[in-house]
Ligand binder design. Sequence first.
Ligand SMILES: Nc1ncnc2c1ncn2[C@@H]1O[C@H](COP(=O)(O)OS(=O)(=O)O)[C@@H](OP(=O)(O)O)[C@H]1O
Ligand SMILES: [Mg+2]
Ligand SMILES: [Mg+2]
Ligand SMILES: [Mg+2]
Length: 326
Amino acid sequence: MAYELEKQVAIASVIGAIKLCTQIQNDCLVAAIEKPDFSPVTIADLGAQAIICQAIAADFPQDAVVGEEDAKLLRQPHMSEQLEQIASYVRVHIPETSAETVLEWIDRGNGQVGGRFWTLDPIDGTKGFLRGDQYAIALALIEDGEVKLGVMGCPALPLDLNQPQGERGVLFVAVRGQGTTQIALKSGVSQPILGARTANKHNFRSTESVESRHGNLPLQRAIAQAVGMAPEPLSIDSMAKYAVVARGEAALYLRLPWAEYPDYRENIWDHAAGAIVLEEAGGRVSDMYGKPLEFAANAKMLNNRGIIASSSDIYDAVLDALQEKV
Ligand SMILES: Nc1ncnc2c1ncn2[C@@H]1O[C@H](COP(=O)(O)OS(=O)(=O)O)[C@@H](OP(=O)(O)O)[C@H]1O
Ligand SMILES: [Mg+2]
Ligand SMILES: [Mg+2]
Ligand SMILES: [Mg+2]
């Protein structure tokens, strides 16, 4: 099967990163460090990026990684305690890791887009992670302008949203043309998911970000209502929103920009893995004008605005409703 080795390397490294994140959470060491753009990052984001970049470097030394984080902050003398902490957590997975190699692995994630490269969000939904809510570890392989493989780890997501007290922790794996599979992290049970071909009438609702800065909530809700959905959306942090639509637990994920932030452009690592997980589960993804998402031109999707991700059967109605309102 195409992309078999890439898939195995991606799965193993994302599982390694999930273990690192849960260990840091269990040790109560989750704390926000402020980045120059004032957004938060934690030692878990940085450790996860180190683990995944090391794995890609080992098996695919020619491949660039376009990742969210870099080691600039960590190289500053006042960050030496955090750097040592990260090295000690990475060492659990990769013995004899030094602080210097951690810095190198993190910075290996600052590659450029090209003919073939990976994009990585070591923790998507860092604010959710800080709150103890949903977050995702998202890795995707892009080749010839198209996402070919996506692996998305959702350690806090229930296997079934209707059973919130049930087992949590899921890995979503999608390969272009081969479908999407959900793997339960604890039991290892895997099952194909195809929940986004047609909307499930029992879950005819939308999902959106928890953080109100990340999306124009009033407009998103107006569109959802215009296509007949319940007014109350499912608020979930991170790319887990794509997975919830893929499973048919919601039919629509809208991410519409605020007029106040005309210059905001989406990052490829915030969408690549989620988009293929949804498409291979039968769904549709585009920007708010119906344009395909551009994953290979730049780390930011400069020619796209907003996101529509939905079950296939309602996509056209959503696009029409949106064009009437913008
Ligand atoms: N203003 C604005 N508009 C749109 N998007 C933004 C904005 N600011 C940040 N971000 C990006 O949002 C990523 C998290 O998105 P989520 O949808 O998961 O938001 S939330 O978790 O519900 O808060 C988050 O990803 P992480 O940094 O990986 O958490 C950011 O890349
Ligand atoms: Mg993100
Ligand atoms: Mg992130
Ligand atoms: Mg971030």
